[in-house]
Design a protein around this ligand. Structure first.
Ligand code: FAD
Ligand code: DHB
Length: 394
């Protein structure tokens, strides 16, 4: 199979799929090459919090019909210190902005349905994808699918293939600088058929470690526990997970956790990572392929949306008017938002987790920061502004 398209996209996660749709709205043709099956990408449980700007982007792209029906609009979040919960009124603190809880896999399902309805090409189960000649004007993507060799010739390649993808790894050594930090803990996450512990997302700093209570609906809870980076899932039967959740999410008022059938569980490592610049010749990296944040700030999927907004506008200016200035500015434009989110995610992670081997000085600094955030309007406002997401262009 040999095909030609304007933009060859590697990866059918939120970044690749949304880019393909935004380009389609501008009359630009693309083909998405994805290693996994449709069922796999549609059922991969990951992030759940959409910033206002991401919701607006999906709405403007005509993708919000189900999001409006099923997404849960949250006007606040809770920070729990020990057994005491404090509410941060995001809406009031940010002059009206809110977040929406809607699972990443629901965004992915909506995007795939829309791309297929628009006759968009998504090549699932494409193995051994490789990218070629992106330093010149005629880049190519090759792969194997159903035992057949495939090749896509394109004008540009968008590397939307996540942290472990091939695109970033294909850039010659030295052309990209990497900044990273790995944290000494991970998250054990479950999805459970259970009533959420509160109507709002709760971030808990507990002496036994961080916990997070979120949800996917009024009947499905999404819960996380800080665990060891090399944690073995076999050591966590459901009963042990529930016991730990009861302990960490308990408040002065008592137990707040409702148990139910565990639908999914997994361990997610925690790292901060940025690759600069996000472009090499005619290869543009977007989303997790270019950067990773620890999930505590709920920024991962939102950054992916922001990147492809910028990239689709830059590609559109190129194809319509032969302008290259926006493509040239792509990396710097995105990196401003990315570094803010990197800082915020590092800040939330540092404030809320138990650090192994932390001395008394470090523990007291952490406690002071928590007390400040829940008692000072200025500190709460800064957290809220970052949490709901900074405006595009800022
Ligand atoms: P991805 O969603 O990773 O999509 C990349 C796609 O490329 C995948 O479909 C992959 O199969 C495909 N691909 C990879 N390699 C190849 C290849 N060689 N050829 C073809 N296709 C390829 N963020 C939060 O805010 N909160 C969370 O709780 C949270 N939990 C997470 C849990 C896990 C296990 C992970 C990995 C991430 C989590 N994140 C979370 C981060 C968030 O989900 C990501 O930031 C988001 O998925 C980024 O979207 P993306 O499209 O850039 O990358
Ligand atoms: C969820 C994930 C996060 O990383 C977060 O900070 C808040 C909520 C969630 O999966 O719902």
């Amino acid at each position: 199979m040999r095909e030609r398209t304007q933009v060859g996209i590697v990866g059918a996660g939120p970044a690749g799929l949304l880019l393909s749709h935004l380009l389609h709205l501008q009359g630009i043709d693309s083909i998405v090459v994805e290693a996994r099956s449709r069922a796999y990408v549609e059922n991969r449980v990951r992030a759940g919090v959409l910033e206002q700007g991401s919701v607006d982007t999906l709405r403007d792209a005509g993708l919000d019909a189900r999001l409006r029906r099923e997404g849960l609009v949250h006007e606040g979040i809770q920070i729990q210190i020990g057994e005491h919960r404090h509410r941060l009124d995001l809406k009031e603190l940010t002059g009206g902005k809110v977040i929406t809880v809607y699972g990443q896999q629901e965004v992915v399902k909506d995007l795939i349905a829309q791309r297929l309805a628009d006759k968009g090409a998504i090549l699932f189960e494409a193995e051994d994808a490789a990218i070629h000649d992106f330093q010149g004007e005629r880049p190519r993507i090759t792969f194997t699918r159903a035992q057949e060799e495939g090749e896509i010739a394109c004008d540009f390649i968008a590397g939307c293939d996540g942290f472990h993808g091939v695109c970033r790894a294909s850039v010659p050594p030295g052309a990209i600088t990497v900044y990273d930090r790995v944290y000494p803990f991970a998250w054990l996450g479950i999805l459970a058929k259970a009533e959420p512990s509160s109507e709002e997302v709760i971030y808990v700093n507990h002496p036994r470690g961080f916990a997070l209570s979120s949800m996917r609906s009024h009947e499905v809870a999404r819960l996380y526990l800080q665990c060891r980076p090399d944690e073995k899932l076999e050591l966590w039967p459901d009963a042990r997970i529930w016991e730990e959740l009861h302990t960490r999410l308990r408040t002065e008022a008592g137990d707040t956790v409702h148990e139910g059938a565990v639908l999914e569980k997994g361990v997610t490592g925690m790292r901060s990572f940025v690759a600069e610049p996000m472009r090499h010749g005619r290869l543009f990296l977007a989303g997790d392929a270019a950067h990773i944040v620890p999930p505590t700030g709920a920024k991962g999927m939102n950054l992916a949306v922001a990147d492809v907004r910028v990239l689709s506008a830059a590609l559109s200016a190129f194809f319509r008017e032969k302008r290259t200035d926006l493509l040239d500015g792509y990396s710097a434009t995105c990196l401003k938002r990315i570094w803010r989110a990197e800082h915020f995610s590092w800040f939330m992670t540092s404030m809320l987790h138990k650090f192994p081997n932390e001395d008394g000085f470090g523990q007291r600094l952490q406690r002071s920061q928590l007390d400040y955030v829940v008692s000072s309007r200025a500190a709460a406002q800064s957290l809220a502004e970052n949490y709901v997401g900074l405006p595009f262009g800022a």
